[in-house]
Write a protein that binds this ligand. Structure first.
Ligand code: ZN
Length: 205
């Protein structure tokens, strides 16, 4: 007897959008922009039927994570009136800066781990058989470890200085205002824009 097993892959994508209100630290105006997020869940399961429990579970998990994103996440959108980037947006503006800032610490961490291991083994080797080649190997490992430590400290100092000096608000004000106006409106404009449509629906009834 043959029992065919059909494995079905399910992908559920959930989109969400929300209006984010931001009080401007620069001019005190409150502005509104649309935050959009998407979440995709994928699962493979046997004998599943479309619209079955598996798909429902995926959809609700994806929806939950979209809700989480929308509640906690934000986009770096400057004020449409004065162009001010808010303080909480700074880290996101830095992240987009360079890939090297992510890769370099990772490489250093790997190099550090390797040199720690080689120093420990070098020390054990030297203690077991104290001779000149073993001693030089140990010294070599220690030097490598010291170099990695030194580079790490340097990188950390550079990063700290960059964080301290980083200020997206030094960019040309008109450019920032233009960027803000592309994504956001003031709360007053937002509410004025909402009212006519409400008025129309009421009038059409
Ligand atoms: Zn402002």
């Amino acid at each position: 007897m043959i029992f065919p097993i059909v494995w079905t892959e399910y992908t559920v994508t959930v989109n969400g959008r929300v209006h984010k209100r931001v009080p401007c630290e620069g001019c005190g105006v409150e502005y509104v922009y649309v935050l959009e997020r998407e979440s995709t869940g994928t699962a493979i399961s046997p004998y599943s039927v479309p619209g079955g429990a598996e798909e429902v579970r995926l959809a609700s998990a994806a929806e939950e994570s979209v809700q989480q994103y929308l509640a906690n996440d934000f986009d770096p959108v400057p004020c449409p009136v004065c162009g001010h980037y808010q303080k909480h947006m700074f880290p996101k503006l830095m992240e987009t800066g360079c890939l090297w800032g992510v890769v370099a610490p990772g490489l250093l961490l790997v190099a550090g781990g390797l040199s720690v291991v080689s120093t420990v083994f070098g020390a054990i080797g030297y203690l077991e058989r104290p001779n000149d080649p073993a001693l030089w190997r140990l010294i070599g490992s220690c030097a490598a470890l010291a170099t990695v430590g030194f580079l790490g400290a340097g990188l950390w100092a550079i990063r700290r200085a960059k964080v301290r000096n980083f200020d997206p608000n030094t960019e040309d004000q008109q450019t920032r205002i233009a960027k803000g106006q592309k994504r956001a409106v003031t709360r007053a404009q937002f509410e004025a824009g909402q009212q006519p449509s409400q008025g129309r629906t009421e009038a059409s009834r």
